[in-house]
Structures are given as C-alpha cells and as structure tokens.
Design a protein around this ligand. Sequence first.
Ligand code: RBF
Length: 158
Amino acid sequence: MATALHNLSEYDINKIPDASNMCFGIVVAEWNQEITGALLQGAVSTLQKHGALEENIHIKTVPGSFELIYGAHQMVLNGGYDAVIILGSVIRGETPHFDYICEGVTYGIARLNATQEIPVIYGLLTTNDLQQAKDRSGGKLGNKGDECAIDAIKMAKF
Ligand code: RBF
C-alpha cells in the first residue's frame, strides 16, 4: 500500500530546508476532531522542529472539510504566508456524501494550487473507517500532519 511505503514521519531531518524565516497558515476542520487535532499537533510540532517560530504558524478552524477550500483561499488572499496547509478527515459513511466532499475538496485545493501564488498542502484523510484515520494521524502509519509540514517547508522553499 502506498502509505505503508511512504511514511514521511520517519525521514532524514538533514534534508529538509530551515523554516526559521518562513510563515505558515494552517486551516483545520472540526469534523472528526480527534483525528484532525492529532494531525494539527503533528504539523505544528514538525514545523517547529525545523525552526518555524510559534508566532509564524497561524491556525484557523472551519466546521467541516468542505469549508477547507474557502479557509485556504482566504489565507492565500490574506498574504504573508509561504505555504498554507489544510487538515481534514472524511470518513466513509453509508451515503455518497463522502465521495462528494472528497471530490469537492480535492478539486478546490487543486484549483487553488493552479491559480494562486503560494502552495496549498493537501492534508485530507479520506478513509473507510475511524481506525484507518487513527492509523494515519499518529498511529501505525505515522502522522500525515508531520508529512504535510515537511511538504509545506519544501514547497515554501520551491
Ligand atoms: N466533514 C468532514 O470533515 N468529514 C466528514 O466525514 C464529513 N461527513 C459529512 C457527512 C454528511 C452527510 C454531511 C452532510 C456533512 C459531512 N461533513 C463532513 C461536513 C462537510 O464537510 C461540511 O462541513 C458541511 O456539508 C457544510 O458545508
């Protein structure tokens, strides 16, 4: 499985650019807060581990993952960020809503990346159940929040 082979939570710290002069925006969804809170914790601690200052990491919450598009767009328009990270968790239910939300967020964030000036890092977990989400937010498959932080630093440098 791609995730099992690509756990950036175990990466070479020396290969990541220094983030001490960088400013990051993070938009995090309140839905499935147990998961998104863990993603946030991973993202913030990894940014700080690479030198980002607490005052240069700005966090905004939105109700659900669908609102991540609006939140990220506002942060991009606000200016002053080297990269924006979105964090959300969509868990498959019994209706097609899962597919609509995942597709909407994916398209919305892709569109921001194609049309705006700064990178938006895609930290949306899309899982079949809660356990899969736990595995990816500090469980046996690492923390995707850590990976988003590393991606944000690399893309800010880009
Ligand atoms: N938001 C999430 O972040 N994760 C979910 O798993 C999730 N499931 C939803 C399921 C249904 C049936 C509905 C109506 C909304 C869900 N949302 C979820 C909230 C969604 O992202 C958004 O906040 C609301 O639809 C309001 O725009």
